[in-house]
Design a protein around this ligand. Structure first.
Ligand code: DGL
Length: 265
């Protein structure tokens, strides 16, 4: 992929809630001086149980809001929104738009010995976006997709490392382990928040693919870090700002300074 000169404008990153922070964290590590604007649509989380039409409409509203703030690139840091809205966003926007599914699918296709498990939201699983993307690269790979919606609530609640999360993970992952998967894609950006719980359950024989890491790697290859001295990070939410501040600060291990409440639509 071509490396382009640094766009001085910010990169916009959006998700339904705190999940996209997993992508934000990796992008901030890869481009430590680049301005980033994060938008969490916390008023309307979860996206994973909503219809593709609604998710497309919400995604377009989030993208338009970020465009008004002058972003030069958009990362759709939500698998559900990527599966429902990526082509529509790419067609509607004049800036580069990157989704999280293609980078994760590519990494899974490269790493697997033949059987990939994908855990994701109901919307992403129903779209079969991962199966299509992985088999487009390697048609002989078997892909087993399973919805794990409670992981979103556990992440939003800050319960990622509790015994409740562990039991839920065992229930969701047992069928995939019984099916003999060798690679597991965390196909929802909320799920890396539960990564250590998930790793504990699947053990070290299963390779984990984190779509947040693979997407950040893809962005790093096409964007050159900006020369700004100080990274400028802005956070926008559509509801429950203080709750977002608490969970985001814990997850990013730093204080969230610039946080604004916004209305989309
Ligand atoms: N984090 C999102 C994803 O990657 C959506 C979770 C949700 O809102 O249901 O799919």
């Amino acid at each position: 992929m071509r490396r382009e000169t640094a766009p001085s404008s910010a990169i916009g990153i959006f998700d339904s809630g705190v999940g996209g922070l997993t992508v934000f964290r990796e992008v901030a590590r890869a481009l430590p001086h680049h301005p980033l604007i994060y938008l969490g649509d916390s008023a309307r989380v979860p996206y994973g149980t909503k219809s593709p039409d609604i998710v497309r409409r919400y995604s377009m509203q989030a993208a338009n809001h970020l465009l008004q703030r002058g972003i030069g690139m958009l990362i759709v840091a939500c698998n559900t929104a990527t599966s429902a809205a990526l082509p529509a966003l790419q067609e509607a926007l004049d800036i580069p738009v990157i989704g999280v599914i293609e980078p994760g699918a590519r990494a899974a296709a490269e790493k697997t010995r033949g059987r990939v498990g994908v855990i994701a939201t109901e919307g992403t699983v129903n779209s079969k976006a991962y199966t299509k993307a992985i088999q487009a690269i390697n048609p002989r790979t078997e892909v087993i997709e399973a919805a794990a919606p409670l992981f979103v609530a556990l992440a939003e609640e800050g319960w990622a490392n509790t015994h409740v999360a562990r039991e839920v993970a065992e229930i969701y992952l047992e069928p995939l382990l019984d099916a003999g998967i060798d690679t597991l894609v965390l196909g929802c950006t909320h799920y890396p928040i539960l990564r250590s719980t998930i790793e504990h359950v699947v053990g070290d024989q299963v390779t984990i693919v984190d779509s947040a890491e693979t997407t950040a790697e893809c962005v790093r290859r096409i964007v050159v870090d900006s020369p700004n001295e100080e990274p400028l990070h802005t956070f926008l939410v559509t509801d429950a700002a203080e709750r977002f501040r608490r969970i985001a600060s814990e997850f990013l291990e730093r204080d969230i300074e610039r946080l604004e409440l916004v209305t989309l639509g």
